[in-house]
Design a binder for this molecule. Structure first.
Ligand code: ADP
Length: 190
């Protein structure tokens, strides 16, 4: 199963992606987590990414495209994977299409978690208090939502045109949303 999770910041992509990866025994490839680890470890990649992340901006396309290109070639990804938080721009989506073509692979589905803005702000501020992530302050959150609306939201149309898009209502309990995703994936598989 090769799938990607789209959705605004705070939609619950990461949490749901973990659960679904466990179901299918496939790795979760989260560009956000890879970048945060790089920042923490003080690597060259982290140095390049840090300022963008702290400002709630997107890390440049060529940087994240390079990360994903390497990661999906790893042996543990041969049976499938979940891309969590990638692609986030049309440019990244095009790059992904050509990587997959080169590798003779195809995506099974692009899942979009749908959550209204008011709820997102509430959840992100809540997470800020609990986890203390540097990019979870109110002005940065607002910027991340704007970046999402401007640059990532157009992907919904992109994947709708290619017939891969499935939208999931992201309001409700974590368990309810997991159940909706599982139902959708069963439909995709059959
Ligand atoms: P969110 O909860 O906002 O969805 P992520 O953990 O996916 O958070 O990403 C955190 C930050 O990492 C983003 O705001 C951005 O700066 C950077 N980032 C992650 N994935 C990408 C990507 N595909 N393209 C550009 N920047 C990215």
């Amino acid at each position: 199963m090769k799938l990607l999770f789209m959705g605004p910041p705070g939609a619950g992509k990461g949490t749901q992606a973990k659960i679904i990866c466990d179901d299918y025994k496939i790795p979760q490839i989260s560009t956000g987590e890879i970048l945060r680890a790089a920042v923490k470890n003080g690597t060259e990649l982290g140095r390049q990414a840090q300022e963008f992340m702290n400002a709630g901006k997107l890390v440049p396309d060529e940087v994240v495209i390079g990360i994903v290109r390497e990661r999906i070639k790893e042996p543990d990804a041969s049976n499938g994977y979940i891309l969590d938080g990638f692609p986030r721009t049309i440019e990244q989506a095009r790059a992904l299409d050509s990587m997959l073509e080169e590798m003779g692979q195809q995506l099974d589905v692009a899942l979009n978690l749908d959550v209204p803005d008011e709820e997102l702000i509430k959840r992100l501020l809540d997470r800020a208090q609990k986890d203390g992530r540097k990019d979870d302050t109110e002005p940065v959150i607002k910027n991340r939502l704007k970046v999402y609306n401007d640059q990532t939201h157009p992907l919904i149309e992109y994947y709708s045109k290619s017939g891969l898009l499935r939208s999931i209502n992201g309001l409700g309990s974590m368990e309810e949303i997991t159940a909706r995703i599982r139902t959708t994936l069963k439909e995709v598989e059959s």
